[in-house]
Ligand binder design. Structure first.
Ligand code: B3K
Ligand code: ZN
Length: 881
């Protein structure tokens, strides 16, 4: 039985503005060991037109009221009602401004949900998005209530020499009893979810930045003691982000200081609080001995993302949480563009599309699907999804594709101009592009309301006599997609007509659907005719993945192989090759097929090796050509009756086949690109390491010889090479004495570093052998394991469920049971983390019957538990629907 009575459903259609206006917030936070005292003065006013009988209702969450006055006078207990979940004041004045002073007391040490005010390794810090501020004080805790904040923080000077909040520092000084204070003033109107306070004994690096218009800004990156040297790259990425946003979008920073604080216990990657970003230390701290190249790329991206929120999210925020993609999709788009400019654009785009397909497509095609702008939710924290973020970014990218670079910039300029200081909606965002360029986006707006991945079918025929190419495009939604679509969508399809010389032919057509290199599909079906081609071109469709669709292109294998070799659009070269590879793996993974046979036709292997050996291409691109789709990608493509053991065997066979066919090439590549010791984190160097490590992986898969991996492990001078080698040893030879010694050495070397220990846990969680479950059980009992640190939980349990398909999906259901038992434990500590990891069950319906039944049973048992959080219950119930 599914319980549906738990938690209210919030609906977009029910939105209405708050009954009270908030003019200013003045807070004092007094921190002590074991408690915090919060005093908040709210300058409020009844919204004109709201009846005097309407009470003032403030949100709360696990709060206790320690004092309440209205314009300085204590309130009679009959005039208000306080509970942990809210404070209702019946006697709020009928008109005019008044000050409500609310006192609350908290125990940050006991806050294991890491929402509101909590402590991480002794550091006091806050996390308020989405609804954490109501865990600090009673408040109009909604994103459309904006106010300037003045915050005074008091603490023991030794325990917390650093006292930070939003905005600019205005005053500080000593207090009796070894205590001190600091006052911060944030003049920019902001919603409560952007509030932040940090206090503790922190180290820092500081640098000066001058904005384009000459404003001097002091940048600070704060870390735990002794780690500030590892913040240098983050600081560099921050400065590059600031310059980029000025140049690309004309956006300057607006306060005198910009601070970033890195902490160890954090539910997410980072948080864009105004002037005071708080980060999971995983996205700040690194050097080559502790971090891989993808960690470097991650730090750069997240630093940029949070910084870019200063305009897209903070200066202009969301009217309500349904508009979350307004800030998140847009800011992901902006950080993707930044990375494209800072690194290699095609390789970045390949990475984004891989992520979209690996995370967003399965979400959009399963029980947790929802529109980019959902219409309802029970727990907003469950909507910080790949759909809101990554598909949301794809929608912004489509706007840019439809309008062109200049048109897009004009629309963005108007958006910044028109909505600065406001809480906006998707309609208002789109209207800026229409008003700035005259382009009607009414049909395009459907993308925000429609769940599910549309299918785009493309076919073509060439008439040599008339020298005409007819291209037919059709759109459809999978039958499973929520049936909210009322009309066809506007799908921009970037394309090219590639000649046999590898150059694009001119696209001569009278079709109005074609503008430049984009076909605008607005109907269920459109045919476009191209003329004066000279000879038959290869149709390169959906270049740069110009729309988030499932592409079904009827095209001969010969044409596809030709494009994989000579398409001038490098993204499509990769995509077309990757599709051929994925289709072969999918065919071999369907039940009935032989899982151990070589899955690829020789032409496909040749095409892969040709890309990998092409010296004219970037090494990072060549590494992408070698990277096979993941087992979960193949599972999604198989779609039904999924047997993860079978898929795993197919992917292994594929690796061997490529490894054996390319043995010589891989030997050469590994030798040629092996690092010479000097380390640089730049994209080109990282690309060389990626290609070298990919070559090593194929070598080991083909030969079964651990020697080159063992050698690389002991000689490696950076974490990328060391971890790649260790991963190969663990996956291919988990029980060999050399592997066991390497793993022990790795542990000893890095025992003191939490971030590297996470890698140690995660790597072992991915080993797919028969002892996998036993191994993670043992690791969960390791003294360094704790359910209280989200990174550690994600490293072991999250990785096991998401990245060890064989063991998580064990045919006897033991993997599901183990994860579900852990989820129940985590849920009592930190519901956001349990809910997030529970999404790994979402594809249960596509499994073969035995596993499907076990998974369903485990989910039902979870949902029947008595004290399940709203977060986890929401995910499990929707997964079962
Ligand atoms: N805005 C935060 C995410 C908050 C998640 C709340 N559950 C980080 C980001 O997207 O930049
Ligand atoms: Zn964000």
């Amino acid at each position: 039985m599914l319980r549906t009575d738990d938690g209210q459903t919030i609906k977009l259609a029910d939105y209405r503005p708050s009954d009270f206006l908030l003019h200013a917030v003045d807070m004092t936070i007094r921190l002590f060991e074991g408690r915090a005292e919060i005093e908040t003065h709210l300058a409020l006013e009844r919204r004109p037109g709201v009846a005097a009988s309407v009470p003032l209702e403030l949100d709360g969450d696990e709060l206790s009221l320690a004092g309440l006055t209205l314009d300085g006078a204590p309130l009679d207990s009959s005039t208000y009602k306080a509970s942990p979940d809210g404070l209702t004041v019946f006697s709020a004045p009928a008109s005019g401004r008044f000050t409500l002073t609310v006192a609350t007391r908290l125990v940050p040490e006991e806050n294991s949900k890491l929402m509101g005010l909590f402590r991480s390794n002794g550091i006091w810090c806050t996390q308020c998005e989405a609804e954490g501020f109501r865990r600090i004080t009673y408040f109009l805790d909604r994103p459309d209530v904006l106010a300037p904040y003045r915050v005074r923080v008091e603490a023991d000077k030794a325990a917390a020499p650093v006292l930070l909040s939003n905005g600019n520092p205005v005053e500080s000084g000593d207090l009796p009893g070894g205590r001190h204070f600091a006052v911060w003033d944030d003049p920019f109107n902001k919603p409560s979810y952007l509030f932040a306070m940090v206090a503790g004994d922190l180290d820092a690096v500081h640098e000066q930045f001058t904005t384009a218009s000459g404003r001097a800004v002091t940048l600070g990156v704060y870390t735990e003691k002794g780690r500030s040297a590892q913040a240098a790259y983050a600081m560099d990425a921050l400065k590059r982000s600031m310059v980029w946003d000025e140049r690309r979008f004309g956006r300057e920073y607006d306060l005198d200081v910009f601070n970033v604080v890195a902490i160890a216990d954090f539910n997410m990657g980072a948080m864009e609080n105004k002037g005071l970003n708080v980060f999971n230390h995983k996205y700040v701290l690194l050097d080559e001995n502790i971090a891989t190249d993808s960690d470097y790329a991650g730090v750069e991206t997240v630093i940029a993302h949070e910084y870019f929120h200063n305009w897209t999210g903070n200066r202009i925020t969301c009217r309500d949480w349904f508009q979350l993609c307004l800030k998140e999709g847009l800011t992901v788009y902006r950080d993707q563009e930044f990375s494209a400019d800072e690194r290699e654009a095609t390789v970045q785009r390949i990475g984004s599309v891989r992520r979209l397909k690996a995370h967003q497509f399965p979400e959009d095609q399963g029980p947790l699907q929802h529109p980019v702008r959902p219409g309802e939710y029970r727990e907003i924290n469950n909507f910080y999804t790949a759909t809101v973020y990554d598909k949301g970014a794809e929608l912004v990218r489509m706007v840019a594709t439809i309008l062109g670079r200049d048109g897009f910039r004009k629309g963005m300029d108007l958006y910044f101009d028109r909505h600065d200081g406001m809480a906006a909606t998707i309609e208002e965002f789109l209207a800026c592009f229409t008003d700035a360029t005259g382009t009607d986006l009414t049909q395009f707006a459907l993308w925000y309301a429609q769940a599910g991945t549309p299918t785009l079918s493309v076919s073509q025929s060439y008439d040599p006599e008339a020298d005409r190419l007819s291209v037919t495009l059709k759109q459809a939604l999978e039958p499973g997609a929520a049936a909210t679509q009322t009309a066809p969508m506007h799908i921009p399809v970037r394309f090219g007509l590639v000649g046999s010389n590898g150059q694009d032919k001119e696209a001569v057509t009278t079709s109005e659907a074609v503008v430049g290199d984009v076909i605008h599909l607005r109907e269920p079906e459109t045919t476009v005719v191209f003329e004066k081609l000279g000879d038959r071109p290869y149709l390169s469709a959906l270049r740069d993945f110009s729309a988030p669709v499932t592409l079904k292109h009827e095209q001969s294998e010969a044409d596809r192989l030709a494009l994989a070799r000579l398409d001038p659009n490098l993204f499509n070269r990769w995509r077309i090759l990757n599709d051929l590879v994925a289709e072969a793996l999918t065919t071999a993974s369907r039940s009935g097929a032989d899982a151990t046979a070589s899955p690829f036709a020789s032409e496909i292997v040749e095409a892969i090796l040709a890309s990998a050996s092409d010296q004219s291409l970037e090494p990072a691109f060549r590494a992408q050509a070698l990277a096979l789709p993941g087992e979960t990608d193949v599972a999604r493509l198989v779609g039904e009756n999924v047997d993860p053991d079978h898929i795993h065997a197919v992917v292994e066979a594929a690796r061997r086949q490529i490894g054996e066919s390319g043995a010589r090439l891989f030997q050469e590549l590994h030798a040629e690109l092996a690092s010479d010791g000097a380390f640089s984190p730049d994209a080109a160097s990282a690309g060389q390491r990626a290609l070298a490590n990919s070559a090593l992986a194929y070598l080991v898969a083909a030969t079964g010889d651990p020697a080159p991996a063992t050698r690389q492990f002991s000689e490696a001078r950076n974490m990328t090479d060391r971890l790649s080698a260790l991963s190969l040893l663990l996956h291919h030879f988990p029980n060999s004495p050399d592997t066991i010694a390497a793993l022990a050495e790795f542990y000893e070397r890095h025992e003191a570093d939490e971030l590297v220990l996470d890698k140690w846990f995660a790597l072992q969680a991915t080993i797919p052998d028969a002892s996998a479950l036993e191994r993670v059980e043992t690791l969960a009992a390791h003294p360094k394991f704790t359910l209280r640190n989200p990174n550690r939980v994600r490293a072991l349990i999250g990785t096991f469920a998401a990245a060890n398909q064989v063991a998580f999906h064990r045919a006897d259901g033991a993997g599901y049971r183990w994860v579900a038992d852990r989820l129940a434990e985590i849920d009592r500590i930190n519901p956001q983390i349990s809910a997030r990891i529970a999404t790994t069950f979402r594809a249960w319906r596509s499994l073969e019957p035995v596993r499907r039944d076990y998974a369903r049973k485990v989910l039902r048992q979870l949902v029947d538990l008595e004290h399940l959080s709203k977060d986890l219950r929401d995910i499990v119930e929707r997964s079962l629907r």
